[in-house]
Write a protein that binds this ligand. Structure first.
Ligand code: SAM
Length: 219
């Protein structure tokens, strides 16, 4: 019998608490986890152009931001085949959080679910098939981390569905391609960079494109 099961069987509620404490300590092996899934990450990266995935360093940045923010309730719009969702979910293993991710293309939804299963992270995410503009307004907030990577130029609309009611105070909104596609995103970028309640920085890990990362300050 595993140590966790033994504790739970022998000590009831106290054992449950102890077992979960052990669970928290076990998350230290996350780096090991990343090593285990490395072949799958590399396989997905071979097709990153076809599925418009973020580059690995952007995935790593998303992962780091979720951990720094200790985010527990994450929303992604634009799942594609689940590559960025994997990086988000790896971070959520550490924060004990959950991802809701939306994708309009049924084939990609299938692939994302399959890929999350392959890396053992299905329990951290719900992949919703449909149009983000219909689904986001129906979701229960509050999200503490939002990653927008779907239909470029519609960020302002997603912001409108989320702010203020579906965002937790201190929420982060990360918008991908905010350098290369800044023309298409002009309306959103002008709004968010002049918004009195948000701090926004542009971050590039690749020197050709990157994120607009906005933090909703406490009022
Ligand atoms: C840039 S890709 C997302 C890549 C993904 N975030 C990653 O890095 O692995 C954009 C995705 O958004 C999806 N998409 C476009 N418009 C959408 C909408 N209105 N609602 C949901 N998904 C949408 C596309 O089908 C496409 O798969």
């Amino acid at each position: 019998m595993k140590r966790r099961e033994l504790l739970m069987t022998t000590f009831g509620t106290l054992g449950w608490l102890a077992a979960n404490r052990i669970g928290a300590v076990e998350t230290v092996s996350l780096r090991e986890r990343q090593r285990e899934i490395e072949p799958i990450l590399e396989e997905l990266e071979e097709f990153s152009g076809k599925f418009s995935n973020v580059p690995r360093t952007d995935g790593q940045l998303l992962n780091m931001l979720v951990k720094i923010a200790r985010a527990k309730n994450v929303l992604e719009v634009g799942t594609s085949n689940g590559y960025s969702a994997i990086w988000l979910c790896l971070a959520l293993e550490e924060t004990d959080g959950y991802l809701t991710t939306i994708e309009i293309n049924p084939e990609r939804v299938k692939m994302a679910k399959e890929n999350l299963k392959r890396v053992g992270l299905s329990h951290r995410a719900t992949v919703i098939e449909g149009d983000g503009h219909k689904i986001v307004p129906t979701l229960d907030g509050k999200f503490d981390f939002v990653f927008l990577d779907a239909d470029k130029g519609r960020e302002q609309d997603y912001f409108g569905y989320l702010y203020p009611k579906k965002l937790a105070i201190g929420a982060i909104i990360a918008v991908h391609n905010a350098i290369r596609m800044r023309g298409a995103m002009k309306r959103y970028l002008e709004m968010i960079t002049s918004h009195p309640e948000f701090d926004t920085v542009f971050v590039s890990t690749t020197l050709d494109d990157g994120f607009a990362i906005s933090y909703w300050r406490r009022r």
